[in-house]
Design a binder for this molecule. Structure first.
Ligand code: ZN
Ligand code: ZN
Length: 279
């Protein structure tokens, strides 16, 4: 608990999750704000799309997070909600991921976003043709601590197995599928309760959000003053051309127009990132 009472002391905030994300937010929200984080009892977030691909994701990550937060608040009747949304992209250099965390306070009329992008430590999906390949792929993922999904395609039938929890279970299922001439792909389960690396990223964003909510706007005192954008245009050290490098962070308020520019420590960009020196 902080010494000065925060505007959220004693408040209950609903995290719209069915995968235990409330436990990732609760410690930081208790420590920084004296607030309680809960999850709704009957919430189906799969309706907004799944990582497994059995329900397609049609909304943008921000729109999906907004819908989830609103649904959580509606189910509990609470005026404040949290929702997170992860996205993953595979490329030749690995798997990139972006996680966003949205906080909505309908009483104060604020919506705040924290975002983190980086590379995922998990390998991309891979086709497996033997039991050995399947077990090797599972080991590479860190199974069983990190969960996996097994996509099984036979003719026009696609089965997605999401509940495999042991090596023995995996071996039995893979053997049965291979005997059936089923094409198998193993991919990471990105759901927060089955992915320690994703849970860590969400927890990191929860800490940042709690710290941000403990920061009042210098003009209107609304909680949640913090990073809202960045300014690019870091000049190239060799020729002075403005690059896409980040020159400053922009801190702002969710309620009023107060903004402050915080220049970054780097004052010049590497010519390798300059369109003029390295087109
Ligand atoms: Zn240059
Ligand atoms: Zn303000």
């Amino acid at each position: 608990m902080t010494n000065t009472p925060s505007p959220y002391t004693g408040n209950t905030i609903v995290f719209a999750t069915m995968h235990g994300k409330e436990n990732l937010a609760a410690p930081a929200f208790a420590e920084q704000l004296g607030a309680i984080v809960i999850a709704p009892d009957h919430l189906d977030t799969d309706q907004f799309g799944t990582f497994a691909g059995d329900i397609p994701r049609t909304l943008s990550p921000l729109a999906a997070a907004t819908e989830k937060a609103r649904l959580g608040m509606q189910l509990t009747g609470l005026p404040r909600g949290l929702a997170s949304e992860g996205s993953f992209r595979s490329s030749l250099i690995g798997v990139g991921t972006t996680e966003i965390l949205l906080f909505v306070d309908t009483e104060r009329g604020i919506e705040l976003l924290e975002r983190a992008s980086g590379s995922s430590p998990l390998p991309a999906a891979g086709r497996v043709k033997t039991l050995n390949e399947a077990l090797t792929a599972a080991d590479a993922l860190g199974f069983p601590e990190q969960g996996l999904l097994l996509h099984a395609v036979r003719g026009t039938t696609i089965d997605i197995h999401k509940t495999i929890s042991t090596r023995t279970e995996l071996a039995e299922l893979v053997t049965r599928c291979l005997d059936n001439e089923t094409a198998l792909t193993i991919l990471p389960d990105h759901r927060a309760h089955r992915s320690p690396s994703r849970a860590n990223r969400i927890q990191f964003l929860c800490v940042r959000m709690a710290l941000r909510l403990a920061t009042p706007c210098p003009t209107c005192a609304t909680p949640g003053y913090g990073l809202i954008d960045v300014e690019t245009g870091l000049p190239c050290v060799a020729c002075g051309t403005l690059t896409r490098g980040i020159a400053a962070d922009i801190h702002g308020c969710g309620a009023c127009t107060q903004k402050q520019l915080h220049p970054r420590r780097e004052t010049h960009a590497d010519p390798a990132t300059c369109d003029h020196c390295n087109p």
